[in-house]
Write a protein that binds this ligand. Structure first.
Ligand code: ZN
Length: 423
């Protein structure tokens, strides 16, 4: 809900992956020579890969733009692909035929999204370790065509790994190759969370998977609905994670299926049940560009006992589409207990009381954050609402009640003062 910031490390890892795996996959793609869409679009992609797109510099698209470019770059790339498609539609006098749908399926394969999203296998892990060693020692191993062909001596890799494990106090037993590889996956893909990713072998070797994207973005709750946990865990080689949404749907825009700005970790309901194939455009509210949370607020009706998500600016059609798409109001029916609980807790622990405890040094200023979190059930810092289920709702309720309770506290103190004056 709050604008997500992609860290530099994620940009680098994705770019590396794209330049290695995706570019190679596009280059070696099987193109149906009888399908004009495939032939023309593949030619265009090849021009980009070999940096031969000779348009003027503002309109130029590079491989890097497709990999890690922002929404403006992706919009430009998308429109270029569509102009090729439209020309062909005109020539053929039709569109959306079988030829076109098989073309869409092929492009998805060319970009290799399935490989990226599935669990990384032993080869993948080993390859990353090779790359890491290569980076360390600058020992490039490419054949004449520029294809990487791996570390020459598996024993060298084992030796490097042994040293790394020794430094961590982990024992490397004398396994056969098969068991060694199984064991390797278990070591690399085990017990990894947002909290301990840093310093893990997975981080060290720079593996790139959807789970690592979620870890680096540091989001625990679905950024669309703010209602479901998507906390990633890698355990015994299995990656437990939420869905990976394509903001601009990959079914109709498969050429954007491996673009970082188009990949959004989110919950299954938002991705597969609500968003599904809804046509989303680059103008819609986008997670890596817009602060959705600041464009609406939750309002509690104390008489009816209902909550409503309202656009702050009633003419803002984008936020209205957002609230309707993710069924924000409809799902609130399950959460009407939250405002009541927060109200009662705020009454039991008024702000003055907590401040008093701090003043009397019973609790420290640093404890304020966790006490606040316990009372309201949401983070103190507005920017952290994506770390807590319904964090935005809780925050807005607190704001609504604070006004009410502060007013009550004021009139109570006025009354005390008035009584004192009478005496
Ligand atoms: Zn969701």
């Amino acid at each position: 809900m709050w604008k997500l910031k992609i860290p530099q490390k994620a940009i680098e890892l994705h770019k590396n992956y794209f330049m290695y795996a995706v570019v190679k996959s596009i280059k070696n793609a099987e193109v149906d020579k009888n399908n004009e869409y495939e032939v023309k679009v593949h030619d265009f992609l090849n021009q980009i890969i070999s940096a031969q797109d000779t348009n003027n510099s503002n309109e130029k698209i590079t491989c890097e733009d497709i990999a890690v470019g922002d929404y403006e770059k992706l919009r430009l790339f998308d429109s270029k692909i569509y102009s090729i498609i439209k020309d062909l539609n005109k020539e053929n006098g039709c569109s959306e035929n079988n030829e076109y749908s098989s073309f869409l399926n092929s492009v998805l394969k060319w970009f290799g999204y399935e490989e990226f999203s599935s669990l990384s296998n032993v080869n993948n892990v080993s390859r990353s370790i090779y790359h890491y060693i290569e980076d360390l020692y600058g020992d490039g191993r490419y054949d004449a065509q520029g294809n990487y062909y791996g570390w020459k001596h598996p024993a060298d890799m084992k030796k490097w790994l042994q040293n790394w494990l020794n430094s961590k106090g982990i024992e490397l037993k004398n396994y056969t190759k098969k068991y060694f590889e199984e064991w390797l996956v278990e070591v690399v893909f085990n017990d990894i969370t947002i909290e301990n990713y840093k310093g893990s072998l997975l981080e060290k070797i720079g593996m790139w998977t959807p789970t690592v994207l979620n870890i680096l973005l540091n989001i625990k709750v679905c950024p669309y609905c703010n209602r479901q946990y998507i906390t990633p865990i890698i355990i015994n080689g299995k990656q437990l994670r939420g869905d990976l949404d394509h903001f601009i749907p990959k079914s109709r825009h498969p050429w954007l299926s491996m673009s970082l700005y188009n990949l959004v970790p989110c919950c299954h309901i938002c991705n597969s049940r609500l968003k599904s194939n809804t046509e989303i455009t680059f103008s819609d509210l986008a997670p890596y560009r817009d602060n959705v949370a600041s464009q609406f607020k939750y309002v509690y009706d104390e008489i009816e006992g209902t909550i409503e998500a309202k656009a702050i600016d009633n003419t803002n059609l984008k936020i209205k589409k957002y609230l309707s798409l993710y069924k924000i109001n409809e799902t609130l029916k399950y959460h009407t207990d939250i405002p009541r609980k927060i109200f009662l807790r705020l009454q039991a622990y008024p702000y003055g009381y907590v401040q008093g405890l701090i003043n009397q040094r019973i609790i420290s200023e640093a404890d304020r954050k966790s006490i606040y979190n316990d009372i309201i059930g949401c983070p103190l810092d507005e920017k952290d609402i994506d770390q807590e289920i319904l964090g935005k709702l809780k925050k807005d309720m607190e704001r609504q009640f604070r006004k009410l309770l502060d007013a009550e506290a004021d009139s109570y103190h006025d009354e005390i003062d008035a009584r004192a004056d009478l005496k």
